[in-house]
Ligand binder design. Structure first.
Ligand SMILES: Cc1cc2nc3c(=O)[nH]c(=O)nc-3n(C[C@H](O)[C@H](O)[C@H](O)COP(=O)(O)OP(=O)(O)OC[C@H]3O[C@@H](n4cnc5c(N)ncnc54)[C@H](O)[C@@H]3O)c2cc1C
Length: 413
């Protein structure tokens, strides 16, 4: 059995950032990864995926983007290469190809059992990802076996799909990107639109994320929002990282031939029951977008910040005010359903009593109720951007400092 001060589980951006910060504090540690560095990006991305955050937002502890295209959007192969370089430059002590199968309390810390040996660690940082597992509604079980079902993690390209139409459930960042790509490949896409956050890619001459960064919206602290639970369950921003900096929203998809319908309520074999909420959801997204853009406009007026004139606001008008209450997959020729319905987490290996009733790790700023056990990379962990590449570093510094102090015997309140 090996003894270690700190064991980090997972070598995605969170685990790598954590390792960099622990090294800076001189804390002995190892990073255990079941695959390779950036495993999630290597094995669960579709071919055309680019980051939706501009390159200048690729900031990690001890690293910021210095390439020639700060406003561009990185492809996944380039991102993986970047994480490989970052890991090498940090001399991150990564033990790859090793899965953690159990973490349990031990006398002075934790016993961590992996499929390649056991560790005794004074502290453990769980960095296994916010987007760990697909959150697929139970209604998916109502579909017959003849319908192909996919989640974004196992979608690669349109050619992999069987012939016929495609129903995509969910219109956040992933759903709208897949709907656009598959419709453009020549298939008829039907998009079931739930709650979503519409944003234009650019506003007043700059990337919309540049404005939100400038306004401090992206690193807004968790304690300053009205309800952290509501904020943590917001849908992802409806943005796409295209070389031409174009926007993508459900109105544009409709112009390109995608059929918009309401939220999926239930499924009985080929019959899909739909909510009558398409207009309500698109109108709510338009209002929210108008609020965000108005906030930016007010900032420009107040500060005199140089900016272009605003573009005219284009409301979303569903083609039919009377959207269908039912969809028959057979008569519509739909052979594939893609569940772009978000992510969940599961910690069957975590045998420390820190999980709440819904199975999430109880935490405040990454500190769990069990001293020495931390989590990193959760949505809105301490700030809005905690699960983003750009935001995970601040949380990693805080946790590394706490671990360093606990070694020195100083417990941070
Ligand atoms: C489609 C998509 C697009 C995104 N686009 C952006 C973007 O443009 N910009 C941005 O900032 N963020 C983006 N994100 C959000 C975020 O950056 C990613 O989810 C990112 O992968 C999170 O990094 P992480 O290190 O927290 O988790 P992960 O990358 O999920 O890493 C967790 C690691 O833990 C390992 N692991 C899990 N369980 C175990 C175990 N039991 N034992 C050992 N190892 C284990 C996994 O193999 C994995 O390598 C996107 C997310 C998704 C899903």
């Amino acid at each position: 059995m090996d003894q270690i001060t700190t064991l980090v589980i997972g070598a995605g951006q969170a685990g790598l950032a954590m390792s960099r910060c622990l090294s800076a504090f001189g804390v002995e540690h190892e990073v255990v990864e079941r695959g390779q560095v950036a495993e999630r990006w290597r094995t669960q991305s579709w071919d055309s995926l680019n980051l939706l955050t501009p390159n200048w937002m690729t900031r990690l502890p001890g690293f910021h983007y210095e390439g020639g295209d700060p406003d561009g959007f990185m492809s996944v192969p380039d991102l993986i290469a970047l994480f490989d370089r970052y890991s090498a430059q940090s001399s991150a002590p990564i033990i790859s190809g090793t899965s953690v199968v159990s973490v349990e309390p031990a006398d002075s810390g934790f016993r961590v059992i992996t499929d390649r040996g056991t560790w005794l660690a004074d502290s453990v940082v769980v960095a296994t990802g916010y987007c760990d597992l697909p959150a697929v509604p139970g209604s998916s079980r109502g579909l017959p076996a003849s319908i192909t079902q996919l989640v974004p993690a196992n979608y690669r390209r349109p050619a992999q799909l069987p012939p016929g139409g495609v129903l995509i459930v969910g219109a956040s960042s992933t759903g709208v990107q897949l709907a656009d790509e598959i419709q453009q490949s020549g298939r008829q896409v039907t998009l079931a639109v739930g709650r979503h956050l519409r944003l234009p890619r650019r506003h007043r001459g700059r990337d919309v994320l540049w404005w939100l960064d400038e306004l401090g919206v992206l690193n807004q602290p968790a304690e300053t929002v009205h309800s952290i639970e509501i904020s943590r369950h917001q849908p992802s921003l409806q943005l796409v990282g295209k070389p031409d900096h174009s926007s993508l929203d459900v109105g544009l998809l409709q112009d390109r031939g995608v059929r918009l319908v309401g939220r999926v309520l239930g499924i009985t074999r080929y019959e899909v029951a739909l909510a009558d909420d398409l207009i309500a959801n698109t109108a709510a997204a338009d209002v929210k977008m108008a609020e965000v853009l108005t906030r930016i406009d007010r900032y420009i007026t107040r500060t005199g910040f140089p900016a272009e004139d605003p573009e005219p606001f284009r409301p979303t008008w569903p083609a039919a005010l009377d959207t269908p209450e039912r969809l028959n997959l057979k008569s519509e020729g739909i052979e594939t359903v893609i569940w772009a319905t978000g992510y969940r987490r599961a910690y069957p290996w975590l045998r420390v009593p820190v999980l709440d009733d819904s199975g999430e790790i109880m935490q405040a700023g990454g500190f769990t109720p069990r001293f020495g056990l931390y989590v990193l990379g959760m949505n809105f962990q301490s700030r809005r951007n905690s699960s983003f590449i750009d935001g995970v570093g601040a949380d990693a510094w805080t946790i590394a400092e706490q671990i360093a102090r606990s070694i020195a015997g100083v417990r941070v309140a």
